[in-house]
Design a binder for this molecule. Structure first.
Ligand code: SPV
Ligand code: MG
Length: 274
């Protein structure tokens, strides 16, 4: 686990674009690694979806921790765990960091919304914590880590909440000064403009993370903008849902006649089981 943390930190220092993909269990994390990505995003949205409950802190920290721990156990690439708002106040954040660090994740990411959060793509209900409160959470998180290479990323939700770019920059600055190892700037805009404007104004002050879901930016442009980590947070799960639905529709109509050639062989499943 030490190596994975070190690798992530060194990759960040080198300035290469680190590509990570969202997963929700051991299997999906392993597929991400095998596809050649640099790491796994233990996505709160995906983990919630895998339990068929909303991404709104319905599951407990232990549920998210179990899933993240499973992903870290079966992969050799770093896992960055999405820890929402830190599951409560600064006390919860300190407990959380101890648990996630012990579970072998390379880094955690906390966001500056109020607990309980709702997914960033739900319109209208995005309440932000105060800058002071969230900076305190970042400091609390950094104060309890025991390994040098463990990282805490701070996610700015000001654009998501519609508070604008100046507020986003103010928050990013405060969290960076509080000790965050990187700033995750999130947007639900269909156009990349606000993300591009933020990145240009941020001027590579800290490692930067983005998560293109509704907007698109070419990877070459990300590098120019100073983006260090791109998180493709939910696309793999969305493709899995589509594929499962198609197979179920097929079986409903035709049974298993002709199906084996369209799905993976049992041997492939045994291989993935190890
Ligand atoms: C997640 O994957 O849980 C995220 C990213 O936080 S998003 O759902 O795009 O907000
Ligand atoms: Mg999330």
């Amino acid at each position: 686990m030490r190596e994975k943390r070190k690798n992530l930190k060194q990759a960040l220092a080198k300035g290469k674009l680190i590509k990570i993909v969202g997963a929700h269990n051991g299997l999906t994390a392993k597929l991400v690694e095998e596809a050649g990505f640099d790491g796994v995003w233990a996505s709160g949205f995906e983990i919630s979806t895998s339990h068929a409950v909303p991404d709104a802190n319905i599951l407990t920290m232990s549920d998210f921790l179990n899933a993240s721990s499973e992903m870290a156990n079966v992969t050799s690439v770093p896992v960055i765990a999405d820890c929402d708002t830190g599951f409560g106040n600064a006390n919860n954040v300190m407990h959380m960091v101890k648990k996630y660090e012990a579970a072998g994740v390379a880094a955690v990411c906390i966001e500056d919304k109020k607990f309980p959060k709702v997914n960033s793509f739900i319109s209208g209900r995005q309440e932000l914590a105060s800058i002071l409160e969230f900076s305190g959470k970042v400091m609390a998180a950094k104060s309890v880590q025991t390994s040098e290479d463990f990282m805490v990323f701070a996610r700015v939700e000001a654009l998501i909440a519609g508070w604008g770019i100046d507020e986003a920059l103010k928050r990013a600055q405060a969290y960076f000064e509080a000790g965050a190892d990187g700033i995750f700037i999130h947007s639900k805009s269909k156009q990349p403009d606000e993300i591009i404007n933020f990145c240009k104004a941020w001027k590579k002050k800290s490692p930067l993370l983005i998560c293109p879901t509704t907007y698109h930016i070419a990877e070459a442009e990300m590098k120019e903008l100073g983006v260090n980590i791109v998180i493709y947070a939910n696309q793999a799960m969305r493709s899995a849902i589509k594929s499962i639905k198609e197979t179920l529709d097929y079986m409903k109509e035709k049974g298993t006649q002709g199906l084996n050639s369209q799905i993976v062989a049992m041997d492939e499943v045994f291989r993935l089981q190890g």
